[in-house]
Design a protein around this ligand. Structure first.
Ligand SMILES: O=C(O)CC1=CCC(=O)O1
Length: 107
């Protein structure tokens, strides 16, 4: 299942800068891992905002929920999820996003 996810990040200004850097580095590592597994299929910066628009390819809403909750920056995010289905007029009709072979653990 594909989901459009918007994440608006708001890290408290008084958070220790070293802790902030650690969280951002862990978030990046997790994002790269999920992209390598074909789960986080799009990751775009929203121009002018500390926000991203992402597309996730997961088995179900439960997997997406667990995955989002496990993100290191999750405590500092507002997350908006929209479930996607194929539009009848798409040129890509019938094409699916390839299934990843091995799903990474939710850390
Ligand atoms: O910077 C963001 O929008 C939050 C984020 C998601 C993946 C990542 O590396 O940072």
């Amino acid at each position: 299942m594909l989901f459009h996810v918007r994440m608006d990040v708001a890290i408290p200004r008084d958070l220790d800068p070293a802790e902030r850097d650690r969280l951002v580095a862990r978030e990046k590592a997790r994002a790269l891992q999920l992209q390598e597994h074909g789960i986080w299929v799009h990751l775009w910066r929203v121009v002018g905002a500390y926000s991203n628009i992402s597309v996730f390819d997961v088995q179900d809403t439960g997997e997406l929920h667990d995955l989002l909750w496990s993100l290191p920056l999750f405590p500092f995010m507002r997350v908006e999820v929209t479930a996607l289905t194929e539009h009848p007029s798409t040129q890509r009709a019938g094409q699916t996003v390839a299934e990843p072979t091995v799903r990474p653990p939710h850390t």
